[in-house]
Design a protein around this ligand. Structure first.
Ligand SMILES: NC(=O)c1ccc[n+]([C@@H]2O[C@H](COP(=O)([O-])OP(=O)(O)OC[C@H]3O[C@@H](n4cnc5c(N)ncnc54)[C@H](OP(=O)(O)O)[C@@H]3O)[C@@H](O)[C@H]2O)c1
Length: 343
């Protein structure tokens, strides 16, 4: 059997958009399995801004992908051969498969961090759901909003990158909790989508609107929960309009995730004036509790009461462009890449 894989060939420079020029697509034989290994055929791959950090040479939270190695990324796939007693041919897994069609994995060495292997005993179709609402994206929105943000009914929740992966789930979850939800997005089309299809009460287009003024108009009593996917200037503006005892949830900082210099936040004294809390979190710290989020989310998906909001590219070839779309804002919803049909 032959494999196709994207390997990392160059680190993105600070401020440089990651894309095809940093990777090479190469073909090779699928190696024979050793004892304790499994062979997984990739069905779909997920994207995350963290993947740029894996590929860059700048300091980051996770281990780096060395030049020449297969690019790291989580995916969903089917076991096609197994020399590990816990796994069988036909098992569906969600794992760190890498940007490739076939992955050889060693479950005993995977651990429970970013390389973990999760067997899916009762997978939902299409399997892409397990990379989106029923994967890390759904868990991030849930624990960010409810554990860190403590969002309660009737509170005003503002979500940045609200038309992105985490954002679309957070918008729908906050609405279900009975919050007033305002999304910040990068285009008029995204603003219309999150209000008409996802139920947001209002949207702000940060590329064309005066965000500070719109936040004052839309949140006259201040923001109770600011769910921040973006950081930078938008975070600073949000800090000027907090309600008493507000919670600022630092989920991500994509506006400065390409190595830009971070200025501020200069309005942090408002945290004191408003007795507010600003807290970062990492979704993997909640791994043992992901089921608390995925159980209701799965029920709502089954009932057709929750929009999976997937934005799916077709073909392994598209992976570098799929990742780039997170930084250009070309994605709308949870950006995924289908590599093969569901088994
Ligand atoms: N804390 C955790 O454990 C955890 C886990 C997963 C993800 N995250 C974070 O969650 C955030 C969302 O991740 P995702 O995978 O769902 O990505 P995403 O939101 O689907 O994609 C990123 C979005 O950010 C917006 N964006 C890009 N550059 C921007 C800029 N300069 N200013 C304002 N907005 C910008 C774009 O939308 P527009 O068109 O609206 O600009 C784009 O669609 C990221 O910050 C990620 O790092 C955190």
């Amino acid at each position: 059997m032959r494999n196709r894989a994207w390997t990392l060939t160059a680190h993105p420079e600070p401020g440089e958009l990651i894309g095809k020029r940093h990777f090479a697509l190469a073909e090779s034989d699928v190696p024979a399995l050793s004892d304790g290994q499994i062979l997984v055929r990739t069905v779909a791959l997920g994207t995350s801004p963290a993947q740029r950090a894996y590929a860059s040479s700048a300091p980051a939270m996770h281990p780096k992908v060395p030049l020449g190695a297969v690019m790291r990324g989580r995916g969903v796939g089917v076991v096609v051969q197994s020399k590990d007693r816990q796994f069988h041919s036909g098992d569906i897994v969600e794992a760190s498969l890498g940007w490739q069609e076939f992955a050889v994995l060693t479950p005993a060495h995977a651990g429970d961090g970013i390389l973990r292997i999760a067997k899916l005993p009762n997978p939902m179709r299409p399997l892409t759901r397990h990379l989106g609402v029923l994967g890390g994206t759904g868990a991030t929105a849930w624990f960010g909003l409810f554990e860190v943000g403590q969002a309660k009914p009737d509170e005003t929740v503002v979500i940045s990158a609200a038309a992105g992966g985490v954002g679309t789930v957070a918008v729908q979850l906050a609405k279900r909790r009975g919050c007033r939800v305002i999304g910040i997005v990068g285009s008029d089309a995204k603003a219309r989508w999150i209000t008409s299809a996802l139920g947001a009460d209002a949207a702000i287009d940060y590329k064309h609107d005066d965000v500070a003024q719109r936040l004052r108009e839309l949140c006259p009593d201040g923001i109770d929960v600011y769910f921040d996917n973006v950081g930078g200037a938008l975070l600073d503006i949000a800090l000027t309009n907090l309600a008493l005892h507000a919670r600022v949830v630092i989920c991500g900082f994509i506006s400065t995730a390409q190595g830009e210099v971070i200025a501020g936040p200069k309005h942090y004294p408002n945290l004191l004036r408003k007795r507010a809390r600003m807290e970062g979190f990492f979704v993997m710290d909640y791994l043992a509790r992901w089921d608390e989020a995925h159980r209701p989310l799965r029920r709502w998906l089954d009932e057709g009461a929750f929009d999976p909001a997937e934005d799916v590219e077709q073909g392994l070839e598209r992976m570098p462009d799929a990742l780039a779309s997170l930084f250009t804002g070309a994605n709308c919803g949870i950006k995924l890449c289908r590599v093969a049909a569901d088994p």
